[in-house]
Design a binder for this molecule. Structure first.
Ligand SMILES: NC(=O)c1ccc[n+]([C@@H]2O[C@H](COP(=O)([O-])OP(=O)(O)OC[C@H]3O[C@@H](n4cnc5c(N)ncnc54)[C@H](O)[C@@H]3O)[C@@H](O)[C@H]2O)c1
Length: 314
């Protein structure tokens, strides 16, 4: 099969490209290199001669970069990261919406079997906080924006609009729409815009006392290799025309203070914890209900401790 993966230099996109190549498929990827990572793609292309095409560029501005016919399109390119989004809310809306509309216009023009859109648990975070959605949270819950004027919500607003656009375009294009809502996917290629690499960086710098923001909040963490496996399981379903929404995450709820403890154990550094309040707008609990994903035969293979040890070693 031939696939297009946008954002293939990113954490999840790169791993998906790697796994699709391993299973014998051909991949084209388009990435502007906002966070680097294109060298990793070049190395992957050299290992899989003739089966990975790496295109550099901004397809929010130039849709012709997407040219070609594909079995599945995985649209993963986006502006991400709470701090960056908070500082650049208009860029977040503009890039996330233009890339999504361009990817969908390309799917409508050239045809494809399945279109995957990378969405987020942020889309229902406010519903959970206000008691309108259960924990663990299944796919069919109320989506919400807490305060439309707050910059941090530009990300969820762009993802909710994107989900709607995918289902709308699929009606016109006849392809199977897949919306995957990722929940705290982490891995060794991740930059310090995420709690796990941030903690590891602080441990490496021997920061003592060690600040932990929102120590009593919870998240669920999924290693990126497991996210790649989950995506391939959903691809199998999509090719049988079983589309729709899928949570991709772990159903193990981890308290942030326990996450810090794992980082201390793995790094052999045991500082005094400086517990600080969570950033404004940060949700208290986040755990997906993964029943739908598990029904496809998927189960995570990496424990959090193993995954963190691997990130530390790298
Ligand atoms: N990692 C997670 O836990 C998580 C959680 C929820 C949703 N998501 C979503 O999954 C997707 C992948 O996430 P990630 O963690 O791999 O992100 P990432 O930031 O590592 O990768 C995104 C990639 O998109 C590229 N990109 C951005 N704008 C582009 C443009 N205009 N043209 C071409 N490339 C562009 C960037 O250069 C980057 O390599 C994103 O859509 C993100 O919103 C991820």
């Amino acid at each position: 099969m031939r696939h297009l993966v946008t954002g293939g230099a990113g954490v999840i996109g790169f791993e998906l490209v790697r796994q699709l190549l391993e299973q014998g498929d051909e991949v084209t990827t388009v990435d502007v290199g906002k966070k680097g990572g294109l060298g990793d793609l070049d190395a992957l292309a050299a290992r899989h001669a003739g089966r990975l095409r790496v295109l550099r560029g901004d397809f929010a501005a130039d849709r012709s970069l997407l040219a070609g016919k594909y079995d599945a399109i995985f649209h993963f390119a986006a502006i991400v990261g709470v701090q960056y989004v908070t500082d650049h809310p208009y860029e977040t809306m503009a890039v996330n919406m233009r890339t999504t509309l361009n990817a969908l216009d390309h799917a409508l023009e050239s045809g494809c079997k399945a279109f995957f859109f990378a969405s987020s648990s942020e889309n229902y975070a406010a519903s959970v906080d206000r008691g309108h959605a259960p924990i663990p949270t299944p796919e069919g819950v109320l989506l919400s924006i807490d305060d439309i004027a707050l910059p941090r919500w530009s990300y969820a607003a762009s993802k909710i609009a994107g989900e709607s656009a995918v289902f709308g375009a699929a009606r016109a294009g006849g392809f199977t729409p897949i919306v995957v809502r990722f929940h705290n996917v982490y891995g060794p290629r991740m930059g310090p815009t995420h709690v796990i690499p941030e903690f590891l960086a602080r441990a490496r710098q021997r920061v003592d006392p060690f600040p932990v923001f929102g120590a009593d909040q919870t998240r669920s963490f999924l290693h990126v290799e497991d996210a790649g496996r989950a995506l391939r399981a959903v691809l199998g379903a999509a090719l049988e025309r079983k589309g729709g929404l899928y949570n991709i995450g772990s159903d193990i709820e981890t308290v942030i203070s326990d996450l810090a403890q794992i980082v201390f154990d793995v790094s052999g550094f045991h500082p005094k914890v400086d517990a600080r309040p969570a950033p404004p707008g940060s949700v208290r609990r986040r755990v997906p209900d993964t029943t739908k994903l598990r029904a496809l035969g998927f189960a995570p293979q990496r424990s959090l401790r193993e995954g963190i040890a691997e990130c530390w070693a790298r």
